[in-house]
Structures are given as C-alpha cells and as structure tokens.
Ligand binder design. Structure first.
Ligand code: TXA
Ligand code: MG
Length: 346
C-alpha cells in the first residue's frame, strides 16, 4: 500500500487534506493525524471493524483499550453514560488539551475500543488539525499513538512513516508535536479521581480542580507479575528504542563518574542541554535540566535518534521525580523505555 503524507500549512489550504482524511475515516479507513501530544492512528470509534484494523496495524495487545477523541461536548455525551460534575469541571479547565477522562461508557462506543470494559477514555485534543478532522468526520475517533506497539510514540510525521509506511493510506503532517508525551489519563469511574498515566497536566494541576485527586502508584514502578493494573497500557514495556537504556539517578558529577568506565561499544549518554562537556561519552540531549516541558518535547525523538545513531547502550540522566509535578510524566516514560532499570550514584 502506498502511504501518502500531506503537509499541513495551518491555513485554509488544509481544507482538502482534512476532507480527504474525513472521507477515509467515514468509509472505515485508518488515518494518522497530528495532535498536540503525539501523532494518533485514528479510526471511527463507532465502527468495531475499523478499530480492529488499528490493533492489527500497530500489533497492539488485545486487552489495551483506546482513547476516543471528540471535538465538542455533544460528541462527548454520545460516548459516555453520564458526564459527571467532576468530569465537567476538569473539561472546563483543561479541554481542549492533553487530558483524557475515563467515565462509564455509552452503548454507542464499539466494545473493540474499550476492549470490553464498561468504561471509556475520552479526550478533546487542542491541535486544530485534529479537531478539524474529528469535526469533518462527524464522529468520535479512536486513536492510540501512531507507532508500532512497544516503540517510542511518534512526535513527527517522519516517525510515523518509519513505523507504518506501507501499512496505512494517509498521514497528515502537522510538524513536530508541541507537548511530546501522551495525555494525562485520569479515571473518574472509581470512588477517588485517580491519574493512571501522568502527563504534562500534573497531579498538582488536577488537584486545583479536584482537591481529592490522587495518582496510581503503578505510574512510578514496575508492575508485579500477574498484577491487575487499572490502566492496561501501563503494564507493557513501552517506548523502547532498540538500545538498552538505564536511568542513572544522581548529580551530573556522579553520572560522569559512573559512565566513564562504561564508554565505548556504542555507548551513549542521554543528557540535558549543556552537559555534554562534562560527560566522557557521546551525548544526545533531551531538553534542559529542570525544564519538564522541554524534556517532554524532546524525549521520544531522542530515543528514536539513538537508534539511528546505532547506540547499543544508553545511560540516561534522570528527570525530577516528584509525583505531583509535570516532570513525573517524563520520568514515567523514561522508566518504561529503560524497562525499569534504574541505578543511583549518590
Ligand atoms: O495523548 C494521547 O493520549 C495520545 C494521542 C494520540 O491522543 N493517545 C495515546 O493513546 O496515547 P494510547 O492508546 O497510546 O494510550 C491510551 C492509554 C493506555 O494506557 C490505555 O491502557 C489507557 O489509555 N486506557 C484507555 N481506555 C481505558 C479505560 N477504559 N480504562 C483504563 N485505561 C484506559
Ligand atoms: Mg501508545
């Protein structure tokens, strides 16, 4: 299959591309679209067969449910049994944007989207092209990240092509994704609002709206064998480059000392901007120290670049890890890319 990639310009000339994507989606097709977090692989959330194609194309485990993307509240109401007061409060504050809200599902959403769960995850993205495609398609779009399952999520159209060329018909190229890590996922289906996947909207941000909100402790550690995790996606090894990654906690001096005897044999350091001169290994940067948005923006791209550079072993500088901060999203992704391998130097 030929994969067409259409560059969007952010003006009215994009209308034809949006219409083309919507046409494919309405006829049961699968299309890659930009969002502000990462690229999504979209299909109609009302069409079980179309959604089944997403699972096949990505090689996604059958028990990992998808997010339904909507463009307005009316469409949200079609997806869920009831929009609760708490849900509306979060949406008022953070939508459109990188927050996914889990509620009890409506019968209209295909069970293929939710993997048979009685809840559904819904998000209203901020990206104008994503909103335009949903609006033109006229239905909620199920869309996981547009990567092969297990690979780092795609933050450029080039990343999508590298994983999915020949497997999908169309990619809309909206340039590099602004946020760079996937949305914060919060469930309102239990007694206490609980973040299942941290994102750039932090627990502290959420608590300003819902003071009793909390975060699942599974976000910062490896699930135990056989553990039943609230968010199926969190149990899989994720975001992995081919290289073997280890997170190294501690100061820059401690890091430099730790990696020095480990140089050679295609070993690389994944560090913060400006640290290269202190580290006796080839270095790639993924943002500025203490600056979570820049780290989030750069992480997945850097993980893919390390593969292109032929890295076999990667030692990664550790972001800040307070569980209520935005940097926790970066730590959560890096930890999974490293298969939960962490060493502490000081
Ligand atoms: O930013 C994002 O969220 C991106 C863009 C494309 O919107 N999408 C994304 O989708 O990251 P995906 O499929 O890669 O991740 C969805 C996460 C998974 O961890 C999944 O287990 C969880 O949401 N999830 C979805 N529905 C759920 C449900 N009903 N209950 C619990 N977890 C759910
Ligand atoms: Mg994903």
């Amino acid at each position: 299959m030929y994969t067409e990639c259409i560059k969007l310009c952010g003006d009215t000339s994009d209308a034809a591309a949006i219409e083309k994507a919507a046409g494919l989606l309405k006829s049961g097709g699968v299309v890659a679209i930009p969002t502000e977090t990462v690229y999504g692989l979209a299909a109609s959330a009302l069409d079980g067969e179309a959604v089944g194609e997403i699972f096949k194309i990505k090689g996604r485990p059958q028990d990992n449910p998808l997010i339904a993307h909507v463009c307005d509240e009316e469409m949200w109401a079609r997806c869920v049994a009831e929009i609760t007061t708490e849900a509306r409060a979060l949406a008022n504050e953070f939508w459109p944007g990188p927050l996914t809200i889990i509620l009890e599902k409506s019968p209209e959403i295909s069970p293929v989207v939710t993997c048979g769960l009685d809840t559904v995850a819904v998000r209203m993205p901020f990206h104008p092209a994503a909103l335009a495609v949903i609006r033109a398609a006229g239905m909620p779009l199920a869309a996981p990240s547009a990567n092969l399952s297990g690979r780092p999520s795609p933050t450029t159209a080039r990343h999508v092509l590298n994983d999915l060329e020949g497997k999908i018909q169309l990619i809309l190229d909206g340039g590099a994704c602004e946020v760079g890590v996937e949305s914060t996922v919060i469930t309102l289906a239990g007694d206490i609002p609980t973040i299942l996947r941290p994102g750039i909207i932090s627990l502290a941000d959420i608590q300003r709206v819902l003071p009793n909100a909390t975060i699942s402790d599974a976000a910062g550690r490896e699930p135990e064998a056989g553990e039943r995790v609230a968010s199926p996606g969190m149990k899989y090894k994720h975001y992995s480059p081919r290289a073997e990654v280890t997170v190294v906690r501690g100061t820059l001096a401690g890091f430099a000392e730790y990696v020095a005897p480990r140089a050679g044999d295609s070993a690389w350091a994944l560090c913060f901007e400006g640290e290269q001169n202190e580290i006796p290994l080839p270095c790639l940067c993924y943002g500025a120290k203490g600056d979570a948005p820049s780290q989030a923006h750069g992480l997945f791209s850097a993980l893919r670049e390390l593969d292109d550079l032929g890295a076999k072993t990667v030692w990664a500088r550790c972001p800040d890890i307070e569980s209520d901060s935005e940097s926790y999203a970066v730590y959560n992704r890096l930890l999974r890319a490293a298969g939960f391998k962490v060493v502490t130097t000081d």
